[in-house]
Write a protein that binds this ligand. Structure first.
Ligand code: GUN
Ligand code: FE
Length: 832
């Protein structure tokens, strides 16, 4: 391989870092907020200034929470779940917000307006709104419909109790609360805890909509303006109309801004709506007289979604009106509940059977119509579904927190509702929880003494397209290895059948190994990379998926032909993944590494990532020859890191693999940008790139996760990555001072889970077992059939965990869950 590289191909392109702001060639960056520091300011980033902001090392020792976990200790044991104290009132206090415009329980101007608009008595409007709110809350909060919701007064009461004394325990609050409200019967700690959180945020008494809806409507539509925001057909808006589009860009972050007129509607979210969103729809439609289309555009929802909320509201309203005439006697809440119970008792129960059963239990009720039962059935169907979906686990859980690399929680009960962790409490709470949520023993998985649950592992760097080379071809160093083995192998993925064959095996293998989330490199091929996305989606894994970008210093037969083509295909790839509308699969912009990407390509990819709000991944400082080569290729750059930084490729959504040979200044830049590091120890040893000093990176406050980097690394197992990270650290320690802090196995465990989540900028959703996080988890059995882990009678639970991490393998991974779905079960092979 020539080490001089090729001259940059930017003939017509004047890079913006040379052109400067305001120049005609200054690139238009879709969302300036995403990269707030202009590249021209980078020179002011003094090393000393940055170093002073570096936090102390995160490493701490294990925290074991043994059998008798006192209740308050448990609450204290997860301090990281408590968000920082926030100002009392979220969102802008004035002018009038949309929330204020929503219907209120007391007679208000808004209710009067709706009443006038619809030609109905105001009391009717009020009661519809209240019924709607009540029903919605039941739906949102409970698995079964049985859980009572706290009234606002009760919520205040709880919060006030918590404020009375600093050291008051949750148990004490509960006891006092139940003395005050004996009729409440049961209240779980989770409910109390959530209420206190709401209290701290000043949210009691409000049903807070997501923050974006707290913005005054005028900001987006202008004072009396009726029209909807203007959109262009390309998604390539200029800065002139950018501010107008800001809200939709932020709303679309999850599913992506696809702005072509034809696919706009289908691109919108079809997830279930929050109470705030429903109220917003009703408020906009009835109070503000917006059309369905306007509401859909504003909230970036499908028109059909908006329309169905409006229909349901109207339908509910009619039912209510009929009832209020007195012709039909309204059932009491108890009777409704009883019908729900009868319906839920037997899956295929008929309406007739339900009626007979109800009437035999309530001889005082003369009759009940089928349509009433039918209505109740419709109402509670979603709740019944939720109830049968609720999974409850009892036993030992191990996870990491910010403060502790390993927390072992024994005798715990965890509830998973739909995709998320609903509660995690001491086993003593089981009866309370059963009463509150209405689940039964049939919902519970009791772990055996050889089992425990841990978060799913996160592979922050893996080349799905190099799987055929796993375990072969490791005799050459990186640059020669790429040319000789890797590029020819990746070129085969122009064959879509081959792509499907390989990618199916990759995803299955990773899931079996306990990798619930992966940041994948595909190849340069658009179709092949789409297949990778399809396969991941079909098999239910969580992933970032990248179509590789490269167009120089690689074979003629395996390179993109122009920057235009590269960007066009990458944009199509992003849109394709977003069109799948999977909450789990997202695109990631993937310039292979600086030597294969000329400046104009890197810059355009940086812009693309900003415009689409995408993650970015690449390689950085993997080998010394590579670093020297980058210096030659980019003589203007201060460093390798500066090449990427100047192209706006570094943000908190960027993942850089390896980072073995970073200078201190580069570390400061990476930290400043919030970049995550994918440490790939197997690869670093196998192709002899170097030994990465992870302690140094952690001490500087960088986010570090683990990657397998197949096939630079020969193993696709994150357990292998974890072990090799420890071995590399041990080897480094051999010629360091005595006080060099080797990585502990607990730290390696955190890097494989929570650390990886941070690197992927997903720590608010995954990485550990905090309440409300998505349930991505592994059920581990150290005594599974054929297990290579040897357990003895004197082994403690900590020993079992450590033995699994060092000597376990896929035979010990009994179940794999992603977003609450059991996608692999060793005892039930037919899950896929
Ligand atoms: N640098 C550029 N491409 C690659 C690759 O495929 N693997 C590794 N380990 N390093 C790279
Ligand atoms: Fe790699």
């Amino acid at each position: 391989m020539s080490s001089g590289g090729e001259p940059p191909t930017s003939q017509a392109f004047t890079p913006f870092w040379i052109a400067g702001p305001g120049s005609p060639s200054t690139p238009v960056v879709g969302n300036p907020v995403a990269n707030p520091v202009p590249s021209s300011d980078l020179g002011t980033l003094g090393a000393a200034g940055v170093a002073s902001t570096v936090p102390p090392t995160m490493s701490q020792d294990i925290t074991t929470m043994a059998n008798a976990v006192p209740h308050d200790d448990f609450t204290n044991g997860l301090p990281e779940t408590q968000p920082p104290q926030q100002p009392q009132q979220p969102g802008p206090p004035e002018p009038q917000t949309l929330v204020e415009a929503a219907p209120q329980p007391e007679p208000t101007l808004e209710a009067a307006q709706v009443a006038r608009y619809m030609g109905l008595p105001q009391s009717t409007v009020m009661s519809v709104v209240q019924v709607f709110k009540k029903e919605h809350r039941i739906h949102k909060k409970t698995a079964t419909g049985r859980k009572r919701r706290l009234t606002t007064a009760q919520e205040f009461q709880l919060f006030e109790m918590s404020q009375e004394r600093e050291n008051i325990s949750v148990d004490e609050i509960r006891t006092r609360f139940l003395q005050l409200f004996p009729e409440f019967g049961h209240i779980s700690k989770t409910t109390i805890y959530r209420t206190l959180e709401r209290g701290k945020k000043g949210l009691i008494g409000m049903d807070p909509p997501p923050e974006r809806y707290l913005e005054p409507i005028e900001r987006y539509w202008g004072p009396k303006k009726r029209g909807r925001p203007k959109k262009t057909g390309t998604g390539l808006e200029t800065s002139a109309n950018h501010s107008l589009l800001e809200p939709s860009v932020s709303i679309m972050e999850e599913t992506g801004p696809i702005d072509t007129t034809s696919d706009k509607d289908i691109s919108r979210q079809r997830r279930s709506l929050s109470i705030a969103e429903r109220e917003m729809i009703i408020s906009l439609f009835f109070n503000e007289n917006r059309t369905i289309r306007e509401v859909a555009d504003f909230m970036h929802l499908a028109k059909s979604t908006v329309s169905s909320v409006v229909q349901v509201f109207k339908k509910e309203h009619r039912i209510q009106r009929k009832t209020s005439t007195g012709r039909k006697k309204k059932l009491s809440d108890e009777h409704e509940q009883m019908i729900m119970d009868i319906l839920s008792h037997k899956e295929d129960i008929t309406i007739e059977e339900t009626r007979n059963r109800f009437l035999s239990l309530n001889p005082e009720v003369p009759n009940i119509s089928k349509s009433t039962i039918y209505r109740i059935m419709e109402n509670c169907q979603s709740k019944l579904r939720a109830r049968s979906d609720m999974e409850v686990f009892v036993g030992t859980f191990v996870h990491s927190t910010e403060d502790s690399p390993m927390v072992v929680l024994t005798d715990m009960v965890m509830g998973v509702l739909n995709t998320k962790i609903e509660f995690m409490e001491s086993l003593e709470e089981l009866d309370h929880l059963k009463a509150e949520y209405g689940f039964t023993d049939s919902n519970i998985h009791y772990m055996t003494p050889s089992q425990f649950m841990m978060p799913g592992m996160i592979d922050t760097h893996i080349h799905a397209s190099q799987f055929p080379n796993n375990g072969v071809a490791m005799d050459l160093p990186l640059l020669e290895w790429l040319q000789t083995y890797t590029f020819p192998t990746e070129a085969n993925f122009s064959d879509t059948l081959f792509a499907r064959e390989v990618y199916s095996k990759v995803v299955e293998r990773l899931l079996r190994n306990g990798t619930t989330t992966a940041a994948y490199f595909g190849t340069i091929h658009l179709e092949g990379s789409k297949i990778l996305a399809d396969v991941v989606h079909d098999k239910g894994q969580r992933a970032l998926i990248g179509k590789v970008n490269m167009m120089r210093n690689c074979p003629e037969y395996y390179r993109e032909l122009s920057v235009q083509e590269s960007i066009k295909d990458t944009e199509e790839f992003i849109r394709y993944i977003r069109s799948i509308q999977s909450p789990l699969v997202q695109p990631i912009v993937t310039p292979r590494f600086a030597p294969t990407c000329p400046e104009d390509q890197l810059a355009s990819l940086g812009q693309l990532a900003v415009r689409y709000g995408c993650h970015i991944q690449s390689h950085l400082c993997e080998t010394q020859p590579e670093c020297n080569w980058v210096k030659e290729l980019f003589p203007w750059a201060k460093s390798y890191t500066d090449v990427y930084d100047s192209m706006r490729l570094l943000s908190e959504k960027s993942i850089m693999a390896h980072c073995i040979w970073l200078a201190d200044e580069e570390i400061y830049t990476l930290r400043e940008r919030g970049v995550g590091i994918a440490h790939c120890p197997n690869s670093n040893i196998s192709i002899r790139s170097g030994l990465c000093d992870i302690r140094r990176l952690l001490n500087h406050g960088l986010k570090v996760g683990l990657g397998t980097d197949c096939s630079g690394g020969y193993s696709s197992s994150m357990l292998d990555a974890l072990r090799q990270a420890l071995q590399v650290s041990n080897v480094l320690a051999l010629d360091r001072d005595q006080d060099y802090q080797r990585l502990t196995f607990k730290e390696a465990f955190r890097m494989a889970t929570l650390g990886g989540a941070k690197v992927l900028n997903m720590e608010d959703r995954i990485g550990n077992f905090e309440i409300d996080k998505e349930f991505d988890a592994l059920l581990i059995d150290v005594s599974a059939p054929g297990s290579a882990v040897d357990i003895f009678s004197k082994d403690t639970i900590e020993d079992k965990i450590q033995k699994f991490l060092y000597t376990g393998d896929d035979r010990n991974i009994a179940r794999v869950y992603v977003a609450g779905h059991r996608i692999l079960d060793l005892h039930n092979k037919n899950l896929h």
